[in-house]
Design a protein around this ligand. Structure first.
Ligand SMILES: [Zn+2]
Length: 96
């Protein structure tokens, strides 16, 4: 019973994270706040942010990547995101 509740909780949390990222996309001015909330929800119930959203924000400062506030480069089979807000880098492996 306990496990069932926990799974349900995670499912709800994931739904909320999805909604928050959709909102972030359509509300650029509030996007960073939505990212912050989504990450907090994920941490609370111990679920990772879905892969498709992980590259949409800066993990250092929760800056939601929109045109003009980040740069993308590929280097040595890595995608490097440079956040213009906090001037930090994030690296991801290119996976095809
Ligand atoms: Zn940043």
């Amino acid at each position: 019973m306990k496990r069932l509740n926990k799974n349900k909780l995670k499912q709800i949390a994931l739904e909320r994270i999805n909604i928050l990222f959709q909102e972030a996309k359509s509300n650029p001015s509030k996007a960073n706040r939505y990212v912050e909330i989504a990450r907090k929800i994920g941490m609370k119930v111990n679920i990772p942010i879905p892969k498709e959203y992980k590259r949409r924000y800066c993990k250092h400062c929760n800056n939601y990547f929109q045109s003009g506030n980040y740069r993308v480069r590929t280097r040595n089979k890595m995608v490097v995101y440079y956040c213009l807000n906090c001037k930090k880098y994030m690296k991801f492996k290119i996976n095809f």
